[in-house]
Design a protein around this ligand. Structure first.
Ligand code: AMP
Length: 304
């Protein structure tokens, strides 16, 4: 991995436009908030296989953080991030400050995530997904990327980005990448650095619950929910916000008769840290964990 050049760093819109103009051919973007880990590196690697050039954006978007959330303590590790970008062969890193992205202050016009933005993570974090979609839309325009890569780890975000691109006709191909986990099953996250050693042990109940749910998938939805809940109730130090088994595109609870692909998702607080995790699963005969949803679920359900 030593052979790659240091990526060009753009801090302003002008620098980005200049550097972008020099990238010919297909361009992919990987959007991040920095504090890069192997999950981000996997997104970059996947993007490199799918496009000639890769742009990584590093931007802590104030618009998607609530007033009592962790914006001020979010880890900032720019030098280490650059080393990962170099090692992974990234061409261009766009790392703007908020005044570059929002030159007039908070934007008056936002992208609305609609009803899907008010459930699950959106219920816990009001306005979060409007802030996410607004910056994702801006970064798609500013980078003029042909494709954009997102992690299944943030399943609701991925779904909403797909909906935005489709509903608002963005000319961008959205690609999802399976969740990258630590060897013990913990989903990689920049927020894992907040966890103490004992928090980290507690946090394992999230991925263990998902795994237990997936293992019960052949028996139907209530068996999945029951198996996952049993793991969580055995760990009282994890304060669970929600555990749901929902349809991958409507995010509505699947009924007991449901057979097919579903999203098993969990969120909760461990110590001072809010963690999320999920697993795409197939419910019914031969069911179990899936890496990602099949293409049919990249589209909204047909109107009935
Ligand atoms: P973040 O920096 O947390 O905003 O994440 C930037 C991108 O990396 C998003 O598309 C995330 O879904 C993705 N990502 C974060 N953690 C993981 C992970 N463990 N596995 C796969 N993708 C991830």
């Amino acid at each position: 991995m030593a052979g790659h050049a240091v990526p060009v760093v753009a801090r302003t819109r002008e620098e980005l436009a200049d550097a972008r103009a020099r990238l010919g051919g297909d361009v992919a973007v990987v959007m991040t908030m920095g504090a890069l880990h192997d999950g981000h590196a996997t997104l970059i690697r996947t993007a490199r296989r799918g496009a000639e050039h890769v742009i990584v954006t590093i931007f802590l978007n104030p618009l998607q953080f609530g007033p009592r959330e962790d914006l001020s303590r979010y880890p900032r590790t720019f030098d280490a991030d650059m080393e990962i970008c170099r090692a992974e062969g990234v061409d261009l890193v766009f790392a703007p400050t908020p005044d570059v992205v929002y030159p007039d202050g908070d934007p008056g016009v936002l992208v609305s995530a609609g009803p899907l933005g008010n459930v699950l993570e959106g219920q816990a974090r009001p306005g979060h997904f409007d802030g996410v979609l607004t910056v994702v839309g801006k970064l798609m325009h500013l980078t003029r990327a042909d494709s954009a890569y997102y992690g299944q780890k943030d399943a609701q975000q991925l779904l909403l980005i797909r909906r935005m691109v489709r509903d608002l006709d963005f000319p961008v191909d959205v690609v999802s990448v399976p969740t990258v986990r630590e060897p013990d099953g913990l989903a990689m996250s920049s927020r894992n650095t907040y966890l103490t050693a004992s928090d980290r042990e507690v946090a394992l109940c999230l991925s263990r619950a998902l795994r237990a749910g997936a293992d019960a998938a052949a028996e139907g939805p209530s068996a999945v929910r029951r198996a996952a809940r049993a793991v969580l109730v055995a760990e009282p130090l994890a304060l669970i916000d929600y555990l749901v088994l929902v349809h991958p595109t409507t995010l509505e609870d699947v009924p007991e008769w449901y057979r097919g692909e579903a999203l098993l998702a969990v969120a909760g607080r461990v110590g001072t840290t809010r963690l999320i995790d999920n697993m795409p699963i197939k419910v019914g005969p031969g069911g179990g964990a899936l890496e990602v949803f099949s293409d049919v679920h990249a589209e909204p359900p047909a109107a009935s």
